[in-house]
Design a protein around this ligand. Sequence first.
Ligand code: S3P
Length: 164
Amino acid sequence: MKIYLIGMPGSGKSTIGHLLAKEIGYEWIDLDQMIEKKALMFIDQIFEEYGEKSFRSFETDALKELSDKDNLVISTGGGVVVKRRNKKLMDGLTIYLDVDNLSITNRLKSDYDRPLLKSRSIEDLYDERFLRYQSFADLNVSNENSAEETVLEIVKYLKEKELI
Ligand code: S3P
């Protein structure tokens, strides 16, 4: 099975993905890192040189590349829900990490690497995307507390549903 983590930038998708994969013995894939390795460029450079539209195509290509792989926890980029057809490529369980906008703003205060946040606020992005996140998600999990608690909650769900 593949487990996809979605949510706003700064919602903890990479931290939780890494810990969750370790906990359940799955491989961890960070979609942004995968794109960077393939393009040999950082995400902000990709945005600068090729623009958001090309980045979204690279994102979809990366999802396609994972289609025949199994037992993965995939931390996606916050905008993976922008393209509706990505949902079809994300076969498995999709978990939305729910974090309050204020907590996100505080977490990202000293982060200058997120190109979209140079032109848009967290609130604007959230308003644009909230329904998308909900339409992609099979499960909502709060990530307001410690990463360990969030991982425990996800593992509990996976066990209850006999998914692992
Ligand atoms: C994006 C979020 C980023 C990265 C890119 C675009 C977005 O990932 O994929 O900068 O559109 O929200 P994070 O969610 O890990 O910041």
